[in-house]
Write a protein that binds this ligand. Structure first.
Ligand code: THU
Length: 147
C-alpha cells in the first residue's frame, strides 16, 4: 500500500507525460487498487478537442482494461505547464461519473491543494462528498460484486 503522499508523487510523475498542445494544462493521476497496485494516467488532448481524455479516466481505463475492479484511492494533480506551484485541480463531472461506476461511496480522492517549501499539501475526500445523490450501477440493478 502506498501512502497518500506517495500517491501524490506518482501523480506528479504521471503529469509529466500529459499531451496538452491545446490547453497547456497538464494533469496527472495515480489510482491505487485495494491490493496496493498503482496505475498512472495523464490527460491526452486532440486537435478535434472532444476526444480529449482526462488524466483520471486514463488511469481508470488502463486499470479496468488490465482486469482490475477493486479500487482504494485516486490522487490528482494539475496546473498549467508554466505554473511554478500547483494548486487545486478538482476532477470534472465526467470523470466523477466514471469513478462512480467502479468505486464505493468511501473511495478516497486525494487532491493536491498547494506546494510550499518543497512540500505537497493535499485534501482527502470521499466519493460521496464530491458526487452526492449520484446515479450508479446499483440504480441499473447491477450488483457491486458483478462489476
Ligand atoms: N483535465 C483533466 O485531465 N482532469 C481534470 O480533472 C480537469 C481537466 C484536462 C482536460 C484538458 O486536457 C485540460 O485538463 C483542460 O481542461
Amino acid at each position: 500500500m502506498k501512502t497518500y503522499e506517495e500517491l501524490i508523487e506518482l501523480a506528479l510523475e504521471a503529469r509529466q507525460m500529459a499531451y496538452t498542445p491545446y490547453s497547456h494544462f497538464k494533469v496527472g493521476a495515480a489510482l491505487m487498487t485495494k491490493e496496493g497496485k498503482v496505475y498512472k494516467g495523464c490527460n491526452i488532448e486532440n486537435a478535434s478537442y472532444t476526444p480529449t481524455n482526462c488524466a483520471e479516466r486514463t488511469a481508470f481505463f488502463k486499470a479496468i482494461s488490465e482486469g482490475e475492479r477493486e479500487f482504494e484511492a485516486l490522487a490528482i494533480v494539475g496546473g498549467f505547464e508554466d505554473q511554478e506551484k500547483l494548486e487545486l485541480c478538482s476532477p470534472c463531472g465526467v470523470c466523477r461519473q466514471v469513478i462512480r461506476e467502479f468505486c464505493d461511496d468511501d473511495f478516497k480522492i486525494i487532491l493536491l491543494t498547494g506546494q510550499e517549501d518543497g512540500k505537497n499539501q493535499y485534501e482527502v475526500y470521499d466519493l460521496t462528498e464530491i458526487l452526492p445523490l449520484s446515479f450508479g450501477p446499483t440504480d441499473m440493478h447491477i450488483k457491486p460484486k458483478s462489476r
